[in-house]
Design a binder for this molecule. Structure first.
Ligand code: NAD
Ligand code: UDP
Length: 309
């Protein structure tokens, strides 16, 4: 197949490109390189089955493709809050442009949605049936509401125009090719420890997240895209749940060095807890479950960062 990936020069998109090329497909990446890097796809540029186009998804695009993966959107809070209006446009107009193209060329289209659609969840762990607890006017809203509106568009194009959609809700994923300045917690703690700087814990560090290693996530993407029993939304993430204090301590243990834990103010609307209910993924995605434990995934990610900082 010929497959379009928006945001394909980013962290997840570059791993998805690798996997699809390995499986024998042709890949076209479009990316405006806001948070993505040519470095992430440099090893693919000589491959005749790979094409990169610098393009912004808020401007229309046309490609003759069989499938579309829509990943374009900054994912780290500091980056999506840098230009919040642009973030909402990227999510909403980007979704409309992907769905319009999918309708026209009859391509199956995949949306990278997020656990942020659950906001600061009042239900724990979070099943797909939970409608969420999202502030519509806060600093995270550009991302959360943009992604929620994108889901709405996907399901309306599906109902109204029979577009063949797949929607995944991704929980915190980490691994090689995260940008050293990404600002998300795993890369921050690793980079800080490697530089001998203190680990910045926001708030008291009791808030929890569940961390999925990138290879497990990409396997889930492929399984969702190749089955026909559900269009989603489907949670994909690792149900192992850790406090940020535990994550900082584990990272320091693995990296070594003199760093200490320091506390910084908790950002507004920071979710207190997050853990995916993966019952649906296991049911529809052939028993999908994460295989890489946090400590092992962190070791692999630390090896990558040794080449970066
Ligand atoms: P990332 O920032 O590394 O990748 C996003 C990519 O999109 C970058 O290459 C960026 O340059 C590109 N992009 C941003 N705006 C664009 C625009 N207007 N036009 C074209 N390209 C644009 O982040 P990531 O972690 O790889 O996330 C990929 C997708 O997965 C995002 O949609 C994100 O919301 C979603 N997601 C990721 C996680 C996670 O934990 N990694 C969790 C939930 C959802
Ligand atoms: N966090 C932290 N220190 C950092 C970066 C983040 O304690 O240097 C916390 C953040 O407040 C949140 C959690 O780690 O509670 C995960 O943050 P991240 O930005 O990685 O993703 P989120 O799940 O909040 O989108």
């Amino acid at each position: 197949m010929r497959i379009l990936i928006t945001g394909g020069a980013g962290f997840l998109g570059s791993h998805l490109s690798d996997r699809l090329l390995k499986d024998g497909h042709e890949v076209i990446v479009i990316d405006n390189l806001f948070t993505g890097r040519k470095q992430n796809i440099a090893h693919l540029l000589g491959n005749p089955k790979f094409e990169f186009v610098r393009h912004d998804v808020i401007d229309p695009f046309k490609f003759e493709v069989d499938q579309i993966y829509n990943l374009a959107c900054p994912a780290s809070p500091p980056h999506y809050q840098f230009n919040p209006i642009k973030t909402t446009k990227t999510s909403v107009v980007g979704a409309i442009n992907c769905l319009g193209l999918a309708k026209r060329v009859k391509a199956r289209v995949f949306q990278a949605s997020t656990s942020e659609v659950y906001g600061d969840p009042a239900l724990h762990p979070q099943p797909e049936s939970y409608w969420g607890n999202v502030n519509p006017i806060g600093k995270r809203s550009c991302y959360d509401e943009g992604k929620r509106c994108a889901e709405t568009l996907f399901f309306d194009y599906h109902r109204e125009n029979k577009v063949d959609i797949r929607v995944v809700r991704i929980f915190n994923t980490y691994g090689p090719r995260m940008h050293p300045n990404d600002g998300r917690v795993v890369s921050n703690f690793i980079v800080q420890a490697r530089k001998g700087e203190d680990s910045t814990i926001y708030g008291d560090g009791s808030q929890t997240r569940s961390f999925c290693y990138v290879d497990d996530l990409i396997e889930g993407f492929l399984r969702l895209m190749t089955q026909t029993a559900t269009v989603g939304p489907i949670n994909i993430g690792n149900p192992g749940e850790f406090t940020m204090k535990q994550l900082a301590e584990l990272t320091l243990k693995l990296v070594g060095g003199p760093s200490k834990l320091v506390h910084r103010p908790l950002p507004a609307d920071d979710p207190k807890q997050r853990r995916p209910d993966i019952t649906l993924a296991q049911k529809y995605l052939n028993g999908w479950a994460p295989t890489v434990p946090l400590e092992e995934g962190l070791r692999r990610t630390i090896e990558y960062f040794k080449t970066q900082v």
